[in-house]
Design a protein around this ligand. Structure first.
Ligand SMILES: CC(=O)SCCNC(=O)CCNC(=O)[C@H](O)C(C)(C)COP(=O)(O)OP(=O)(O)OC[C@H]1O[C@@H](n2cnc3c(N)ncnc32)[C@H](O)[C@@H]1OP(=O)(O)O
Ligand SMILES: CC(C)C(=O)C(=O)O
Length: 593
């Protein structure tokens, strides 16, 4: 661990964190190896320091270190919060595709839009309701601001539904109250009361069962006491009960603090709400600080029941919390995510089409590169881990997919998410022998002898250093064959009588021409399906007292052996018929040794 961090973390003074850090810095600055950092010159004075909040009594926080035991209630807001952040909001076709995808994945709680915002939004809600496209086990939510005519329009949109949730939202934080709404706290309280009363009246008149969701938007930067009061007031007006609960959704509309602060806010709300058992406590983290996933996980540990987010984290600015990441974090720690993400590539394709936005290469679980190692030591460990798993499976007589997953550098088995091992190891100049041998084994069915791996890795390294790019498995195979499977001038060389040992017979014949060669080792193997040959042989010869490898592929073991020996002779630089002279060494052979 970084010494500097270690010093901070080991501190016994939790409240004096900054002080301890400074003194650790000062101590380290006196070390001769420490380069003092300089002031950035950035306008840091424009930003507020994070002051520790004292929401929870010291020592009473319960969320810290609590591991999740089950999945939360998931709510997708792709069709509302995700959609409103797109340059080109979804049209009806894309909205329907997203809805069907969410249903297929197992979402039971889907916010389908903001019907008073546009005709498309309204029409989509009508399409789902009048077309009977909402499965019986799915409840849809529609969003409305606290504006009377828009609330009325929202109820028009859900007319005829047998059940729906109407989601009322307005900001509560001081900056929004004063600058956006130009209202006092009591006027904002009145806005919440009047809007909630309107919801109740309209729901009473509606045919179906309407439930409510209430979001004090900007909750995370609202004075906690005010947020609590307004939430209690709305819960009272809608008469939240366990039978007809209110979803109280607490957003970090713009993430401003560490996830630990959010967790304390949620635990405090959960403890202090009047009608807690009539409330589904929900969170809606955004990712402005890049910590939305942590915030959601801590908030769930702190008492939240439900999470609103989107697939791959699409949403305003840096996005909403990514539900795929949250769900697969549970999965990878042995908790059923209650969403079927076993074909993540197809989920990604559908989301990319609907959002017209690519999922980044480094996106957890779904990005192109997240199960790929280019670096040699990682590749080596992964290749050994996969082989170890196969060995364990063979010993237990069960498929590897049934064994507990424990492979270095890979938090989950890519195959459990519908991804393959193909891209797990990719080769460039950062790669090493273990990874290259893995590619030959898995793509070409060639088990390179351990003694040859380092040498071949240097051959590949020359190629990657020259090109500066990745080499794909096809190119690695070509390089291997060009380097080790070419008999050159020796191609037509035959022994008078090959006998039982074709290698020895050949070398005896070669020696008759004055080539000083003998076999050091022969490694024979079956050629895998990719190699196109039934047999493969690796021959290590000593030619003029120098070791040299060759390889041969053939329909029979004998044929493969002959080819391997001839290729090794060719690589040694010796030439057939050069009449007893010491073989000439070629540049190629020197480099490959
Ligand atoms: C945090 C969230 O994600 S909230 C959802 C946000 N989603 C969207 O903005 C996408 C849909 N589009 C809209 O909501 C539009 O802005 C519409 C439909 C409200 C149309 O609004 P317009 O009448 O054109 O007004 P505009 O958007 O410029 O301004 C919003 C007005 O509503 C007020 N307002 C904003 N949010 C709310 C709210 N939740 N409840 C009540 N009033 C609100 C603003 O203070 C402003 O009032 P003002 O006109 O008195 O200054
Ligand atoms: C409407 C609320 C939940 C929201 O989208 C936000 O605060 O980001």
């Amino acid at each position: 661990m970084n010494r500097r961090l270690e010093n901070c973390w080991n501190s016994n003074e939790p409240r004096g964190f900054m002080k301890t850090k400074t003194s650790a810095d000062q101590r380290l600055h006196t070390q001769p190896w420490w380069n003092a950092q300089q002031q950035s010159g950035m306008p840091v004075h424009r930003y507020q320091r994070a002051e520790p909040q004292e929401l929870l009594e010291p020592g009473t926080r319960t969320w810290l270190g609590r591991a999740p035991a089950h999945a939360p209630l998931w709510s997708s807001v792709d069709l509302r919060d995700g959609n409103q952040a797109l340059a080109n909001p979804m049209d009806l076709r894309r909205k329907r595709k997203m809805f069907d995808l969410l249903v297929r994945l197992g979402f039971k709680d889907i916010e389908i839009g903001y019907p008073s915002a546009s005709e498309t939004e309204f029409e989509f809600v009508r399409h789902l309701i009048t077309g009977g496209h909402i499965p019986d086990d799915v409840t849809v939510t529609v969003f409305t601001p606290a504006i009377p005519e828009l609330i009325d329009r929202t109820f028009e949109a859900v007319r005829g539904t047998d059940r729906a949730v109407v989601h009322l939202c307005h900001a509560t934080a001081c900056l929004w109250r004063e600058v956006v709404f130009r209202k006092t706290p009591s006027e904002v309280m009145a806005l919440a009361q009047e809007s909630a009363q309107r919801l109740v009246r309209l729901a009473d008149r509606a045919d179906g069962a309407i439930r409510f969701e209430y979001s004090p938007e900007t909750f995370n930067v609202t004075e906690p006491q005010f947020a609590l009061e307004i939430a209690n007031t709305v819960a009272e007006i809608v008469e939240a009960t366990p039978e007809r609960p209110l979803t109280l959704n607490l957003p970090s509309t713009v993430e401003m603090h560490a996830p630990t602060v959010f967790a304390d806010q949620i635990e405090w709300m959960s403890r202090n709400l009047d009608r807690r058992d009539g409330i589904i406590l929900s969170v809606h983290p955004h990712n402005d600080r890049g910590t939305a996933v942590a915030a959601a996980e801590f908030a769930l540990a702190a008492g939240a029941d439900r999470v609103e987010g989107t697939l791959f984290g699409n949403g305003e600015r840096t996005g909403n919390v990514c539900l795929i990441t949250l769900a697969l974090n549970l999965f990878s720690r042995g908790v059923d995510p209650q969403l079927d993400l076993s074909d993540i590539p197809s989920v990604r394709r559908a989301a990319e089409e609907c959002n017209r936005m690519p999922v980044p290469d480094r996106h957890p679980y779904a990005g192109d590169l997240v199960f790929t190692a280019f670096s040699g030591t990682h590749q080596d460990a992964i290749a050994k881990g996969l082989l170890h798993l196969e060995d364990q499976a063979a010993a237990a007589g069960v498929p590897a997919a049934e064994l507990p997953w424990d492979v270095p550098y890979l938090p989950v088995d890519p195959q459990d998410l519908g991804r393959s091992y193909e891209a797990v190891i990719r080769v460039n100049s950062q790669s090493g022998k273990g990874g290259i041998a893995h590619v030959l084994r898995t793509r070409w069915g060639i088990e390179l002898p351990v003694a040859l791996r380092a040498e071949f890795a240097r051959v590949v390294q020359r190629v990657t250093d020259l090109s500066g790019t990745e080499v794909d498995p096809g190119r690695i195979w070509d390089v291997f064959r060009a380097e080790y499977c070419d008999a050159g001038d020796w191609a037509g060389f035959t022994a008078p009588a090959s006998g039982d040992d074709p290698a020895e017979a050949l070398l005896a014949a070669a020696r008759a021409y004055g080539v000083d060669a003998h076999v050091e080792q022969l490694v024979r193997d079956e050629g895998g399906p990719g190699s196109g040959a039934r047999h493969v042989c690796y021959a290590q010869l000593f030619v003029a007292h120098e070791p040299v490898w060759g390889a041969g592929l053939g329909a029979t073991a004998g044929e493969a052996t002959v080819r391997a020996v001839l290729s090794a002779l060719h690589r040694s630089g010796a030439r057939p018929g050069n009449g007893g002279s010491v073989p000439q060494l070629t540049g190629a052979r020197e480099g490959a040794r």
